[in-house]
Design a protein around this ligand. Structure first.
Ligand SMILES: [Zn+2]
Length: 515
């Protein structure tokens, strides 16, 4: 085999190995299956699929609730505004260099004065990846007195930014994109380049949420689990490929328009803007209820690429019915050489390891994890949370949504899902663990995944059995409506849940949650 094939093979092998150890979303041990726990066929598994009323999948039809929401939004326009990011990026694809000019307009929509600004600079986790070229206030005055705190830039303000005041700054920087050798300081994420693609996630400095009374919501990376919290923001992004050719294909959080040589994107009310580019992508598309679903896969995986497309489309349709419309015009699923799978707003990545193992059946990790990542568009992108300290709020819910996906589309594979996704691991541990809980030195990831994702799914199953389908799904829909574009906490979750049932849910909570 030639060098390129050897690299691909090596990457796939490393990918598989990593998956065995880890997997993004906790996902799997692809070959642990064979010998074990067939015994755990669950009685929950034969529950009837969820039936809820049909609603359109996009928000083109304005319901009464939405009208009220739009009015509320309009009324709030004078007192609240998203942070605005205006980003112009020029990529040298061949040499893996991105030059960026970014303007941030921050609006203080909190209830207190803010004394400094904080910029989260995730590329700085990678040695020599981030070079700051200039940092100036709007108008060009240089910002001299900023300081680096690990990977963050803290900028003191000469006078506090009062409620409803805004402030703008401009930052120029150069990214030397990292190769597959990931930083020792951060868990593997799809950031950087391989021979087949370049992935840009959390690639620009951004301002984290500000919690009145507490300050900036900023956490350090852990080796497993996501550590960031995102405020809902608006993005204007322009991308120019310096060494472009016709074979390069860009996947992104939102659809592109062309402005001369620039690919331009407008993406509002979003947790972030991610993109990926490759000279190899094969693109599969499907329209579901007004949303265009894209699946980007490498040429060696046409069947898996189509399976991801179909799963994403089905999952999108199901979750739209359950939780309310998907608020975007596109969603993109991207095959990633990086050893993981990860959700971003409007798109997600799935490790090539899942594609390699795909055998054209529903009972496989490729399918389960595609359904999982699609659910993050509701639990992460719409309803945000502190992913470091309360990761169960998005991960337990997304894992449970895999179960709902199987229940609705592939009931014949639901036993597989329970047995090989959940019971095989005999999950235990507190569902409300943070990503930093050490669990002892060995196999900490497994302990984290088992507690937060798998035990989290069992917790939701028990709550559903206790309060009944009607209350359970009404509650989840109300939870999304109430916390859409906000950050929810566990306290918010339980308070709302209690209002949907007269049953005593405390014994179930005490079984799964530490005090
Ligand atoms: Zn997840």
């Amino acid at each position: 085999m030639d060098n390129r094939l050897r690299s691909i093979f090596l990457l796939s092998f490393i990918g598989l190995f990593w998956l065995l150890l880890n997997a993004c979303n906790s996902e799997k041990n692809p070959e642990t299956s064979a010998t074990e726990t067939r015994t755990a066929t669950v009685q929950q598994a034969d529950r009837n699929p969820v039936h809820v009323e049909q609603v359109p999948i996009t928000d083109q039809t304005v319901t009464t609730t939405q009208t009220v929401a739009i009015q509320t939004l309009t009324n709030n326009l004078n007192t609240s505004r998203n942070t605005q990011y205006n980003i112009r990026a020029e990529l040298d694809y061949t040499n893996h260099i991105l030059n960026v000019e970014e303007t941030i307009n921050y609006f203080n929509n909190t209830t207190e004065p803010i004394n400094d600004l904080l910029l989260m600079v995730e590329p700085a986790y990678y040695p020599n990846a981030f070079t700051l070229q200039s940092l100036v206030w709007e108008g060009g005055e240089s910002i001299q007195d900023f300081s680096w705190e690990k990977t963050r830039i803290r900028i003191p303000l000469t006078k506090p930014l009062q409620q409803s005041e805004d402030i703008s700054l401009e930052i120029s920087y150069r990214l030397n994109l990292p190769s597959p050798e990931t930083s020792p300081n951060i868990r593997p994420i799809p950031f950087g380049y391989t021979e087949r693609q370049t992935n840009l996630v959390d690639w620009y400095p951004f301002i984290p949420p500000y919690i009145p009374g507490e300050g900036w919501l900023a956490h350090d990376a852990g080796y497993y689990g996501e550590h960031l919290a995102y405020a809902i923001s608006d993005f204007d992004v322009a991308i120019k490929i310096l060494d472009g050719n016709d074979s390069l294909v860009i996947a992104a959080s939102s659809p592109a328009e062309m402005d001369a040589e620039w690919h331009t994107y407008r993406y509002d009310n979003a947790r972030g803007f991610a993109w990926s580019i490759s000279h190899q992508y094969q693109v599969y598309t499907e329209n579901v209820g007004g949303v265009t679903v894209y699946s980007y896969a490498f040429p060696v995986h046409p069947e898996a690429g189509k399976a991801v497309l179909k799963t994403t489309a089905e999952a999108l349709e199901l979750y739209s019915r359950l939780y309310g419309p998907y608020p975007r015009s596109t969603i993109s699923a991207v095959e990633a050489d990086f050893l993981d799978g990860m959700e971003y707003d409007g798109m997600y990545f799935l490790s090539n390891g899942f594609y390699n193992l795909y055998q054209n059946t529903p009972g496989e990790y490729l399918i389960a994890i595609a359904a999982h990542e699609t659910a993050h568009q509701w639990f992460y992108a719409q309803v945000g949370n502190d992913q470091a300290l309360e990761p169960w709020l998005d991960e337990a819910l997304c894992t449970y949504n895999e179960r709902l996906f199987y229940e609705n589309y592939h009931p014949e594979a639901l036993d597989w899902w329970w047995n090989y996704r959940v019971f095989f691991y005999k999950p235990g541990g507190w569902v409300n663990d943070s990503i930093y809980n050490p669990h002892g030195a060995t196999n900490a990831y497994r302990a984290y995944r088992d507690a937060v994702y798998l035990n989290g799914a069992l917790f939701l199953e028990d709550i559903r059995l206790l309060i009944g389908d009607d209350s359970f799904f009404k509650f989840l829909k109300a939870y999304v409506e109430e916390y859409k574009y906000k950050l929810a906490t566990g306290e918010n979750f339980f308070l709302l849940l209690r209002s949907f049932t007269n049953k005593d849910i405390d014994p179930v909570i005490n079984q799964y949650f530490s005090k």
